[in-house]
Design a protein around this ligand. Structure first.
Ligand code: NDP
Length: 453
């Protein structure tokens, strides 16, 4: 670690104690930027790194709501407005009991560079709550969302800050949030993305993150003359991103063999086909059940419950060529990463944000496998959110093929930006450096242009 990075990390840790995920995200970006600072002293004197690690604004608020038995519940709500150098703050809302300030700051920080990579004019933000939608009735989720939005509405706007979904926030939650915003503001504007198709949503937005992660894998594989056809793929998660990654993998002739949720994972040696995927979508999006039911319905499949005492996740120990982590942060440990390499995984495309621990990332880079970090590989979701904003501004909706075509082009452009930037700064083939540097340069130059704000 060079002196600039060491000093920055000391400062970031002192100012943001007990936020290990935020430290992890900042350190990774800062290390990639070492050669940039050698070539561009102007960023050092303008203290761009110190400025991008400090959110422009953090809002934290109480969210009181009433459960179905008439009991009073209190959750905590957040919105991190991280950086608006290249556009309005943009990034999802996460509802999960693990949500805290540090996790949202890591996500908001990653979002700044990811959004810059998409080529669209979007700044970075993230928000959410420690509310757990699991096991809650639709009425409870609605009351929570209405209370959450009653405060959040003061801080967002179509030209200020445009949230979207993330873990625990899908079409149902976006609907309740949008309804409450419209009622309070008395205006119908594109203040959220991921909206329903009847009321301002974009075709392909639900599919975009999963599809995009698969398009990114395709782009990486083409550099080695390979394709996804016939490849076994490990997929984690079973929510929005995992479902559409699996859909696209099936379409391209690959064989997804795993899915998971927080209780465990299923391994299906015969492969997850379209019929089995339809079962998973109904299970997760309508019945809101557990992935263990998959193994009860498809006898060839095995269910393995999660074991928190292990330092690894046996899902990653199955033999396969490709891996698509699509659940949550730090779900691939250093041991998992080494096992994957030993078992022949040669492509990792991250649908989730920061799913691999720092030593796992190092192992992938040292093994020189095709490793697409989340901020590049999962940028398709926010990219189509950007397209949803464009359609809302025009009061017009594009056809499915038009949006999918634009998504493919954006993923190919992100891939090219990563490859050429990594080469230019001395680490060819390193998509981590490529993504961090390409994302950073546009934001840093815009900050220089706009003065000390
Ligand atoms: P969903 O809520 O739809 O699905 C999340 C999935 O991951 C569920 O299967 C969930 O299981 C599992 N999961 C969540 N937390 C944990 C945990 N702590 N341990 C084990 N499993 C867990 O979310 P998304 O699919 O939208 O998001 C998945 C990932 O993709 C996240 O990292 C998110 O930040 C990232 N992402 C999402 C984008 C989007 O457009 N939605 C865009 C870019 C990135 P369970 O139901 O049991 O909790």
């Amino acid at each position: 670690m060079n002196e600039i990075v060491a000093r920055l990390m000391e400062d970031v840790k002192a100012k943001n104690p007990a936020e290990p995920e935020f430290h992890q995200a900042v350190q990774e970006v800062a290390e990639s930027l070492e050669p940039v600072f050698e070539r561009h002293p102007e960023y050092k004197s303008a203290r761009i790194l110190e400025r991008v690690t400090e959110p422009e604004r953090v809002v934290m608020f109480r969210v009181p709501w009433m459960d179905d038995r008439g009991g009073v519940q209190v959750n905590r709500g957040f919105r991190i407005e991280m950086n608006s150098a290249i556009g309005p703050y943009k990034g999802g809302l996460r509802f999960h009991p693990s949500v805290n300030l540090g996790i949202l700051k890591f996500l908001a920080f990653e979002q700044v560079f990811k959004n810059s990579l998409t080529t669209l004019p979007m700044g970075g933000g993230k928000g959410g709550s420690d509310f757990d939608p699991k096991g809650k009735s639709d009425a409870e989720v609605m009351r929570f969302c209405q209370s959450f939005m009653s405060e959040l509405q003061r801080h967002i706007g179509a030209n200020t800050d445009v949230p979207a979904g993330d873990i625990g926030v899908g079409g149902r939650e976006i609907g309740f949030l949008f309804g409450q915003y419209k009622r309070l503001a008395n205006e119908f504007t594109g203040i959220l993305t991921g909206k329903g198709l009847n009321w301002g949503g974009s075709l392909i937005r639900p599919e975009a993150t999963g599809y995009g992660a698969v398009y990114f894998a395709q782009e990486m594989m083409q550099t080695r003359g390979e394709s996804l056809d016939g490849k076994d793929c490990l997929v984690s998660g079973s929510g929005n991103v995992a479902q559409y990654a699996v859909e696209k993998l099936i379409e391209l002739g690959a064989r997804p063999v795993t899915l998971s949720d927080s209780n465990g994972y299923v391994y299906d040696a015969a492969g997850i086909d379209s019929e089995k995927l339809a079962f998973v979508m109904e299970l997760k999006n309508v019945r809101r059940g557990r992935i263990s039911e998959y193994a009860e319905s498809f006898p060839g499949a095995v269910y393995v419950p999660a074991d928190a005492s292990l330092d690894h996740n046996p899902l990653w120990a199955h033999e396969a060529s490709c891996a698509f982590p699509c659940a949550t942060q730090n779900e691939i440990s250093a041991r998992d990463a080494r096992t994957m390499i030993d078992n022949g995984v040669s492509v990792v495309s991250e649908g989730a944000n920061m799913p691999t621990v720092t030593d796992g990332v190092r192992a992938f880079l040292e093994a020189r496998i095709l490793y697409g970090p989340g901020k590049a590989a999962n940028a398709g979701g926010v990219a189509v959110s950007g397209l949803e904003m464009a359609q809302n501004s025009m009061r017009y909706a594009w056809q499915r093929d038009e949006v999918d075509g634009r998504l493919k082009t954006i993923m190919a452009d992100i891939h090219t930006a990563c490859v050429t930037t990594a080469e230019r700064f001395g680490t060819p083939g390193n998509y981590v450096d490529g993504a961090n540097i390409a994302g950073f340069l546009k934001v840093a130059d815009s900050m220089l242009d706009q003065g000390l704000v």
